[in-house]
Design a protein around this ligand. Structure first.
Ligand SMILES: [Zn+2]
Ligand SMILES: [Zn+2]
Length: 355
């Protein structure tokens, strides 16, 4: 299975502080470990114990909350089904927030693969914040760091850098890449990874309102349900499906790109990492699961670069372009696509054109 032999023992070595052990074999081991431990990657600062505690509590709240919501939704609605209003709220808010992540946070802010006027940037930043995955600037800084170190020491969420071998190592790696990394010190310095975004007045203004936007993300669906039906019960089920279950699904789909799409799937293009294309996730991830394509051509606004690859985020960007709302939309040259294919014989299936 891929990845089993790629574990790197040094990554998880904990080096005790100076003088933490008595003299003797232990201290020799300790010194050897310290000498062997790699230097901290650039652009990553030491996180204080207090910050880590806060980050962990927030991660527990934001990951466990939606999960409890799913349990409650199933328990309350067992045998009774789910209303069309619940489905509409869940799908509507899901699409809005995932467009914010894929079109806004990822392709626009992180990779600058196209340009849009400030009001569109603001709407996309608000939509991304509604996914409850952090602010636009933090998210983009962490993601740029992921690309810079992809699957090497310094990557915040690679499934290939965790100690262990065999199935246990694989499971630990996948867990770390999926959500385990959220509970560990991150320390990504946005000053280094996203100085351009820190100067972006629109993003700074939207990110400053992140707490209010997150509250809106949780409470707008039940408010709408109540406004439409006048029923408290509809408000409650609207909250469970439109807020909690929707955010749970959104989180796990986004995290799957970091875990599954660096582990399972095909690699049609040359890239320096373990990124893979995973077709079952393409629709629900809005096209983000063509992850090998993306690592091979990070600034391309289109991720579904081969014929038949579903990429709703690209359709969205292309629509903005046709409406003259998006300009300087970047796509890789057809010749480059051919050159970077692992099997040039399969080249005719390319779709580098905009259609
Ligand atoms: Zn990746
Ligand atoms: Zn990316």
């Amino acid at each position: 299975m891929p990845g089993i032999d790629r574990t790197i023992a040094k990554r998880d070595v904990v080096v005790p502080a100076e003088g933490g052990m008595a003299d003797g074999a232990d201290s020799i081991m300790e010194r050897a470990l310290r000498e062997e431990a790699p230097a901290a990657p650039r652009g990553v600062r030491t996180v204080t114990a207090r910050e880590l505690r806060f980050q962990r509590r927030l991660s527990v709240l934001l990951t466990l909350g939606p999960l409890l919501g799913l349990g409650l939704a199933v328990a309350l609605l067992w045998g009774r089904g789910i209303s069309w209003l619940d489905v509409a709220l869940m799908v509507g808010f899901y699409v809005f927030a995932i467009a914010g992540i894929t079109v806004g946070y990822h392709r626009l802010f992180t990779h600058r693969s196209f340009e849009v006027p400030s009001p569109v940037r603001a709407v996309l930043a608000v939509a991304g914040n509604m996914a409850v995955e952090g602010t636009a600037i933090e998210w983009s800084a962490t993601h740029r760091r992921h690309h810079a170190y992809a699957d090497a020491y310094g990557d915040p969420h690679s499934p290939h850098l965790v100690q262990g071998s065999g199935m246990r190592g694989v499971a630990r790696g996948l867990w770390h890449a999926h959500m385990g990394w959220l509970f560990r010190a991150n320390g990504t310095e946005s000053e280094r990874w996203a100085p351009d975004l820190r100067k972006d007045r629109v993003l700074v203004a939207v990110d400053r309102r992140a707490p209010a936007i997150i509250l809106t993300s949780f409470f707008l669906p039940p408010l709408l349900a109540f406004a439409i039906t006048g029923s408290w019960k509809a408000a409650l089920t609207g909250f469970l499906w439109g807020s909690l279950v929707r955010i749970l699904l959104l989180h796990h789909v986004t995290w799957s790109i970091n875990s599954i799409c660096h582990f399972f799937g095909k690699q049609p293009f040359e890239s320096r990492d373990e990124s893979r294309n995973n077709w079952p996730l393409s629709l629900i991830s809005f096209g983000e699961s063509w992850h090998n394509n993306h690592h091979a051509f990070p600034t391309s606004a289109r991720h579904g670069l081969l014929r038949g690859q579903l990429d709703p985020a690209w359709r969205f960007i292309r629509t903005l372009e046709l409406l003259h709302a998006a300009k300087r939309v970047r796509l890789p040259a057809a010749a480059l696509l051919v050159k970077r294919r692992r099997r040039p014989a399969a080249a005719p299936a390319l779709a580098a054109d905009r259609a």
